[in-house]
Design a protein around this ligand. Structure first.
Ligand code: SAM
Length: 278
């Protein structure tokens, strides 16, 4: 069953406000000394211009290193990036592994910007984006060698359907690679929970959802220090202590402080989780 219209509307407002536009990305490239008309995908993702998660490109690269320990995608493989945002991670996977990637996101402006940035960086033949809800995927069974999902499941209430859909579209032996924040979420997270749906099970409960769907848990690698470094960096930018790195530093201090308190004082945890389709 697709996520509720109210949840989707809240997400559209939240991520619509936070999303970079193609223009802000081009401006950031120009400021960094790169001609936007000749930019490569790496000029964007290595500068955090088109990644948007709890650790930005540093976390994406870490997740790819962990996945590669189990099974790196081959050049002929097709990956699904669930909740692809504006597409930085998927273009990095295509660059690094030589594979093709389809990205889906429930917020139309995200896939529009993702597609335009893919065209701008000459990646349009290997990555593509479309609007879709992760709990109602319009793909045949066993369509993908791997499914990636970076900081997305926390927004989705119906985790059983989410992981059942992921297991269905993964081919047997294929990997689910995800990044997530484990719950329960403390009161410190209230400012961000007012802005969008945040439903975070504990890590054991999350693993139960995943295994009940027919996936075998392989590993969880803690990334909390990456998330903390990222939020401290954004805070410094907002306080005027350092120059912005990315074009999407639009989060407010109360939201940042909620995350920082959660991860530094309340045992909040983030990590990369890898599971295999049995
Ligand atoms: C924190 S962002 C992560 C974006 C991207 N994975 C990245 O790492 O840059 C979460 C994304 O999940 C998307 N999302 C949330 N619920 C979704 C759903 N039910 N189906 C598809 N995408 C969803 C949001 O619109 C948003 O773009």
């Amino acid at each position: 069953m697709p996520e509720s219209t109210a949840n989707t509307a809240k997400l559209a407002k939240f991520y619509g406000d936070l999303s970079p536009t193609v223009e802000t990305v081009r401006e950031a490239l120009t400021i960094a000394g790169t001609d936007p008309d000749h930019a490569r995908a790496r000029d964007l993702y290595e500068r955090d211009l088109d990644c948007h998660n709890l650790g930005m490109f540093r976390m994406v690269e870490f997740a790819a290193n962990v996945a590669a320990e189990y099974s790196a995608p081959d050049a002929g493989d097709l990956l699904l990036d669930v909740g692809c945002g504006v597409g930085g991670p998927s273009r990095y996977f295509a660059d690094r592994f030589g594979c093709s990637v389809i990205g889906i996101d429930v917020v139309p402006v995200r896939t529009e910007v993702a597609q335009e940035l893919a065209t701008m960086t000459g990646m349009g033949d290997r990555v593509s984006y479309r609007v879709a809800d992760a709990t109602a995927l319009d793909f045949d069974d066993a369509s993908f060698a791997q499914v990636w999902m970076l900081d997305v499941s926390i927004h989705i209430r119906d985790k059983r359907t989410l992981f059942r859909e992921i297991a269905r579209v993964l081919r047997p032996g294929g990997l689910l690679v995800m990044h997530e924040q484990a719950g329960p979420l403390p009161r410190a997270m209230a400012p961000v929970m007012r802005e969008a749906p945040y439903i975070a099970p504990s890590l054991p409960q999350l693993i139960r959802y995943i295994e009940d769907a027919g996936l075998q848990m392989l590993t969880w690698r803690d990334t909390t220090s990456i998330a903390v470094d990222y939020f401290l960096g954004v805070r410094d930018v907002l306080l005027g202590n350092s120059e912005p790195r990315g074009s999407n530093v639009k989060t407010g201090i109360p939201l940042l402080d909620g995350y920082l308190e959660t991860f530094t004082e309340r045992n909040g945890r983030t990590g990369v989780l890898v599971a295999r389709r049995t």
